[in-house]
Design a protein around this ligand. Structure first.
Ligand SMILES: [Ca+2]
Length: 281
C-alpha cells in the first residue's frame, strides 16, 4: 500500500514539475538576446531542485555542485539531474555563531569550498570545505578577516595555478582579497581598476577571474578581473532583466578549449532556477 502511495506521489510530483517547467518556459520566451555572447543551453530547476540550487554553482568537469541557502547538491553535467543532496551541511559550531547562509562555491582536488556567512550583522565570514564525492563536511573551515567582508562572504573562487582563493566585498568592492589555498591565510589584496557592485559568484578560467553580478538594472553583466593587475573588464551582457536575480557562475572548457559560462539565476517570480550556458561570440 505504501509502495503504491509513493508511486502516485512521485508521479504527481513529476506532473507538477512538468507543468511548472512549461509555465516558466512560456514566461521566459521573449527574453532579449545577450550582447557579446550566445546562449547554447539552459537547464531549469523547480520544486525541491530549486531549493538545492538557488545560491552557488561550481563544476569539476563531470559534476555540477550547487548550494541552496542551507543545502548542497550534486548533479550530472550531461543531464543536469541533481542526484545527491546534503540537507544539513553547515557545521553546528558555525550555526551557533549565526551562520545560516551558504553562498557561492568553487572546487579543487575533490574538495568543495563554500562561502558561509551569518547575518544581518555579518560578523563571521567563513569558508567551509566539503568532500565532493559525498558532499559531507570535511571538518575543516576557516574564518576570514571580518574587516575585509563587512557585508559577508557571498562567494569564493579558487585559482589552481597560483594555489590561492579569492574573495571580495559583495558590493562597491575596491580590492580583490587573495588567500593561500592551504590554510586560507591572507596573502595580499589587489586594488581593482574600478569598483564592482553586487558580486554573486565567480570562477577562474584561463588566468582570469569571471564574476556574475546582480546589477540593479536589466544588464546583469559578467565581468573579468585580472588577478595580478586588478584590471576589470566587461565580458558580456546577459540582458535578462531586473525580474531575475543573478547568482553564482561556473566555467568549463568546450571540446576546443573555449570557455562555456554557466550562470545561475533565480527566475522571474521565484519559480525556477536557470543554469544558462553562454559562449562568447
Ligand atoms: Ca562558482
Amino acid at each position: 500500500m505504501f509502495g503504491l502511495s509513493y508511486v502516485i506521489f512521485k508521479r504527481c510530483l513529476a506532473l507538477v514539475s512538468a507543468i511548472m517547467l512549461l509555465i516558466v518556459s512560456i514566461d521566459e520566451r521573449d527574453l532579449p538576446d545577450p550582447t557579446g555572447a550566445q546562449i547554447i543551453d539552459r537547464q531549469r530547476y523547480v520544486l525541491e531542485d530549486y531549493y538545492m540550487s538557488n545560491q552557488g554553482v561550481t563544476n569539476d568537469g563531470t559534476y555540477y555542485y550547487f548550494s541552496g541557502k542551507k543545502n548542497l547538491g550534486k548533479a550530472n553535467m550531461k543531464t543536469g539531474e541533481i542526484f545527491l543532496v546534503n540537507t544539513s551541511p553547515i557545521p553546528k559550531e558555525l550555526q551557533e555563531l549565526g551562520c545560516d547562509h551558504i553562498g557561492g562555491l568553487s572546487c579543487y582536488n575533490g574538495i568543495i569550498y563554500a562561502a558561509i556567512e551569518d547575518g544581518p550583522d555579518y560578523q563571521h565570514p567563513f569558508i567551509a570545505l566539503y568532500d565532493a564525492e559525498t558532499l559531507a563536511f570535511t571538518g575543516r573551515y576557516y574564518e576570514l578577516p571580518q574587516e575585509l567582508h563587512v557585508e559577508g562572504v557571498p562567494w569564493c573562487a579558487i585559482d589552481v595555478e597560483n594555489q590561492v582563493l579569492y574573495t571580495a566585498e559583495w558590493s562597491n568592492a575596491t580590492v580583490l582579497n587573495v588567500f593561500a589555498l592551504d590554510d586560507l591565510h591572507l596573502l595580499r589584496t589587489v586594488p581593482l581598476s574600478e569598483p564592482i557592485d553586487r558580486m554573486q559568484g565567480g570562477e577562474m578560467f584561463g588566468g582570469k577571474l569571471y564574476l556574475s553580478c546582480d546589477e540593479e538594472n536589466d544588464l546583469k553583466r559578467v565581468f573579468s578581473v585580472d588577478p595580478t593587475t586588478g584590471e576589470v573588464k566587461v565580458v558580456f551582457t546577459r540582458n535578462i532583466g531586473k525580474a531575475f536575480e543573478a547568482e553564482d557562475l561556473t566555467v568549463y572548457p568546450d571540446a576546443d578549449g573555449k570557455p562555456v559560462f554557466c550562470v545561475l539565476d533565480r527566475g522571474a517570480r521565484r519559480k525556477s532556477m536557470n543554469l544558462t550556458k553562454y559562449q562568447l561570440l
